[in-house]
Design a protein around this ligand. Structure first.
Ligand SMILES: [Cu+2]
Length: 156
């Protein structure tokens, strides 16, 4: 991962955005495997901001999905519900963890074949300054208890 980022920075060294985006590190990015009859799943990761100013992720996209939304799972009267969020803010020197039962990226409208454990999902995060961060998330089998990120999206 480290060497990949280094190679990318070298490739784009003529562009100021490469330096900027390097402040935002993405770790442990993974996507929940999708059963054959579903088109929606969630992505999780740790976003770490090593920079001296806050970073705001304002959008995300994947070639494998029609659209990607930011959601937060919250407890409302004992029931888990998902709230859409416009953006994700990572404070200077801070980190935000996207995990089952909390913040996540909703991947909606699968294009193509079902995702199985071991597959990769390319994701691109767009920041408020116009820079982008590319991620290659691992697909993992759904073995965590918080499957609500899938079930609440029936009927979308
Ligand atoms: Cu969601």
């Amino acid at each position: 991962m480290k060497s990949k980022i280094g190679g990318l920075a070298l490739l784009l060294s003529g562009l100021p955005m490469a330096l900027w985006a390097a402040d935002l590190a993405v770790q442990d990015a993974w996507v929940r495997a999708i059963p054959p009859n579903m088109q929606t799943t969630a992505a999780y990761m740790v976003l770490r901001n090593a920079g001296t100013s806050g970073k705001t992720v304002v959008g995300a996209a994947s070639p494998l999905f029609a659209r990607v939304e930011f959601h937060e799972t919250v407890q409302q009267g004992g029931v888990a519900a998902m709230m859409a969020r416009d953006s994700l803010v990572i404070d200077a020197g801070g980190q935000v963890t996207l995990k089952p039962g909390g913040y996540h990226m909703m991947l909606i409208g699968l294009q193509g074949k079902p995702l199985q454990a071991g597959d990769k999902v390319p994701l691109k995060l767009r920041l408020s300054d116009g820079s982008e961060v590319a991620i290659n998330a691992d697909v993992r089998a759904a073995q965590t208890p918080a499957a609500q990120e899938q079930h609440h999206h029936h009927g979308h």
